[in-house]
Ligand binder design. Sequence first.
Ligand code: UGA
Length: 439
Amino acid sequence: MKIAVVGTGYVGLVTGTCLAEVGMEVTCIDIDVKKIENLKKGILPIYEPGLEEMVLRNTAQGRLHFSNDIESSIQDADVAFIAVGTPPGEDGSADLKYVLAVARSIGKYMNNYIVVVTKSTVPVGTAIKVKAAITEELALRNSYEEFDVASNPEFLKEGAAIEDFLKPDRIVVGVESPRAEEVMRRLYKPFLLNGHPIIFMDVPSAEMTKYAANSMLATKISFMNDIANLCEIMGADVNMVRRGIGSDPRIGNKFIYPGIGYGGSCFPKDVKALIKTASENGYSMQILKAVESVNENQKSVLFNKVMDHFGGDIAGKTFALWGLSFKPKTDDMREAPSLVIIEKLLAAGANVRAYDPVAMPEAKHSLGDTIVFAKDQHDALIDADALLIITEWPEFRTPNLKVLGKLMSDKVIFDGRNIYEAKEIQEAGFAYYCIGVKT
Ligand code: UGA
């Protein structure tokens, strides 16, 4: 099959590369000339474990191509994925200008039956707008070419995107015709060998599925953060409560880890967008509004603990931060809780020495020289009055507490991800604070 993937961001690049990996002829298209030049040389715009090797291999084998030329890439394609950005506008709704511009280009250049698939997370009702834009362009050039639109939301997790794409739990596809269903079934056949289902539905339901999935996951996290805060007040231990409830399969043990709030490019944006879509249509998403506000508060919980410990005055003190990205195995800093925590520490007159295994270059874009970027995790600790665990990178899980004690000027740890055993840390002479447990 011949595939065009428009947009070489996170979703587009992973989609295009994984489709090439199973033998399809894929062209990834972007208007950004530099980005495409770099991709042709194997230089990727994002960090994702395993992706670079896969791009290089498939490019070398001639199945994966990169181009700025949408015209030739669309011609003769069986499927065109729209995987361009949908940045949130001022009011929280997704801005569709890039998606619709791509739809217009497809209408301008397509020369055979094609299935146009929205892969970006787009509001319910977008496929209809994509269809209208393509139809208009076809009419302008008196063309009667047939096409279908489909919605195929992605459920990739940053840091595990390749695995998620190659071995999906499920593939959700919204289609309008049996012909499009057939094309999409053929496209995804190589990924269904392990018995994972492909679920066909109508287009609006597929669009809604994506928002409902992310909103449900965000809800689980905010719910647990709320419970964690109450556990602290009541003298319960959220780690035990989590294990206690997670063993009920109806609740499940995933995505119930309390922390410093969810971040990233998906949950915050999607929760906002669904609240907005609902209100535009006369409905109020009460639970999601609470999910959002709990999450905002949660980003301050660790800072509040710092202030309590130091009696409300941290001016001139130095804080070591381990981790900056919104979660491990990514350099993504979008909506990262670290940004809120750093802003508060700096506003209170403190100094910050941070270390992150991959996100520091990305973090420098927004933080500049307001903080010190340490050479390694130990360098971050030099003369620190306390260590804050922000992101649960594996290398932070088993620290040498003797070394920590020597490097730091005071032995205090604020663990925003509950990665340590309180007893062990306290026995080594540290004051230890975590989320949802009174220590
Ligand atoms: C999320 C979804 O998990 C994917 O299924 C979806 O495809 C993706 O959004 C998307 O819409 O593109 P992602 O944003 O990469 O993926 O990251 P997650 O692993 O879901 O983590 C999101 C945030 O929740 C992180 O800040 C993480 O620290 C936090 N989290 C997660 C918790 O605080 N507790 C948990 O138990 C789990």
